[in-house]
Design a protein around this ligand. Sequence first.
Ligand code: GDP
Length: 444
Amino acid sequence: MAFEGLTERLQKAMRNLRGKGKVSEADLRETMREIRLALLEADVNFTVVRNFVKRVQERSRGAEVLEGLNPAQQIVKIVNEELTKTMGEEAVPLNKSEKIPTVIMMAGLQGAGKTTTVGKLALKLKKEENARPLLIAADVYRPAAIDQLETVGKQIDVPVFQQGTDVNPVEIVRNGMAKAKEDHNDYVLIDTAGRLQIDEALMDELKNIKELTHPDEILLVVDAMTGQNAVNTAEGFNDALDITGVVLTKLDGDTRGGAALSIREVTQKPIKFVGQGEKMEALDVFHPDRMASRILGMGDILSLIEKTQNDYDEKQAKELAEKMQNNTFGFEDFLDQLEQIQKMGPLDEIMKMIPGMANNPALKNVNMDPKDLEHIKAIIYSMTYEERNNPDLLNPSRRRRISRGCGRPIQEVNRMIKQFNQMKDMMNKMSNGNMSGMEQMMGN
Ligand code: GDP
């Protein structure tokens, strides 16, 4: 999960200030030292760390003059605001052209996730704007790249323009653009070639494509898991191409967070999207403020709500909230939820967007292998309708029958029911206003 170590260390750094009516110079120095180490360990660029700590320190010195919050709370607030600033303050929307098509050129090193991201972005535009994008396959050096883009195109039902690997990429793009004009596509997404590292030939080719198409967006796709290499790559591409934004992929696997925290300040270009999984739906707009809260373990409830809203109507959500509150949430509802959640993305990612959950030790004991979801569903399918709606009926003999019915061991059935009850309990508490994460962190 993204930023686990950093979240833990930052929380620890600030926990030392809890309960203090006044923060001494020595306390502050110690906290700043901890924050600095936490960021360096998270592989954040050295200069970015230095500037960040300097700003937090300066603002924290005057912090006790603020009314209403205790010093620890003020410093958490300052750290949160400065993290947001470091990542760019506000979400930056996609550039759009006055006349169609809007041209989006995607660049990046091999394996960064460029082809996947082309598909994800096309799907997003299709879903959110009813757009009709055309994908152009201009990576002719890796033959599999064209097949991959074709597969992605089929998967999301978006046309792909390709001319195999024997035509010059600039020519392919020229022909693809003509095709898009003919078909009145409103977006063109160009999947350009990647290399293992930046070289002159690649940059020349990309410059030629840029010159030909005058793209509205040049999005650089970088792999968050490569940390400072991602930052260096971004710098290199930006120097050559003057990119308009960055897509940070594989944030789901990035445990340190160095790239997310450094790219904006080093390149002065915004991170526009983040990839958080292999599924086509796993592309999100990058919101610096929400990301900062997530890094601090305060949860990312807004993104969670938005995610849920995409597939969920308000009435359903209200009914669910009522069930949580009244503790009448049954397995039938659980099944519904599982299906919603499976559409949303990896379960542990989703859970960690809930305030107070990011570093909640209880979460470490919850098993969230996606295969388990299928087993859980199998177990629920083997329950009768009454049992699903009234889990208290599940006595040992019923559990044995269910175990035989779904072919899962009895221990697993028992464990699932136990976890379900724990979860129900937790949801009931949370929906009744006990959201303790932020409060704990703020030292209350
Ligand atoms: P390209 O060479 O840059 O076009 O990279 P690909 O699109 O082929 O992606 C390389 C690998 O990264 C593939 O296995 C993708 O499924 C995977 N990938 C891409 N984006 C993400 C992401 O956001 N999260 C995860 N976990 N995997 C990703």
